[in-house]
Design a protein around this ligand. Sequence first.
Ligand SMILES: C[S@@+](CC[C@H](N)C(=O)[O-])C[C@H]1O[C@@H](n2cnc3c(N)ncnc32)[C@H](O)[C@@H]1O
Length: 274
Amino acid sequence: MSITAEDFQTVQKYLFEQSGISLASGKEYLVEGRLQTLVHSEGFGDLHDLVVALRANSVNNLGKKVVEALTTNETSFFRDRHPFETLKTAVMPELLKGSSTNKQIQIWSAASSSGQEPYSLAMLLEDSFAWATDWKIHIVASDISEEMLDKCRAGLYTQFEISRGLPAHYLPRFLQREGNQWQVKPKIRDYIDFRYLNLFEEWSGLPRLDIIFMRNVLIYFENDTKKAILEKVLRVLKPGGYLFLGSGETPVGMENRFQPTDFSTSACFKSTPS
Ligand SMILES: C[S@@+](CC[C@H](N)C(=O)[O-])C[C@H]1O[C@@H](n2cnc3c(N)ncnc32)[C@H](O)[C@@H]1O
């Protein structure tokens, strides 16, 4: 059954208010497809019944489940490769040469989806910078989806997920067999704290960051929302800190505060004073 224009607008408005995600007209097919599973699992007769319950806020946690169903969680290990190369060959060596008095490097994987991005970062750090024993290197990974965060914390991946981007020699080093899946070893998991954070709300409890990976999430927001998020990035990123966006993404409306680096194949930007 096709979604009515009124029901689509209800979902559009709800999603925006809860997450900042902008669902353009023409995406009716996406709402129909993604909410179908929820219609069945929550025992609704059809999509319209679900939207009525959403409007009336009459079913516990329904709103959260709708938002989760409508977010795109596509990710993979070492996605796009180049940002990780840049981190390894340029950014980390520069930071480790610096004169930070407390010898800490704080990294944030914002919108970490099912965890492949923060685990890729942790594996890279363990592989290339384990020698920096007098430094404390820490990763915060966050997402709006509790379902994704559960997957992150479990650190369990199928063979198919492993085959998407994980270097072959990392498999025995950093993961172990768990039934018919692979689980990230505690040594790698210990680098990361996973937590809920909605980029569209106020951010609290983040450390001052040296590096932010905010990749493939700003694309879901309108320009005003992107700008508001990038303004918040400047409040938590140290001056001269690095922001990695998805390939092809740019700091829209904030170009004067994020200088493109000369690491040409990565969407990597250095924060500059106002
Ligand atoms: C396409 S994935 C990107 C994953 C990873 N950063 C990458 O590049 O592979 C987008 C993620 O953004 C999350 N997301 C969407 N809106 C969000 C919001 N308002 N706050 C935090 N996370 C959000 C989704 O739940 C999803 O996991």
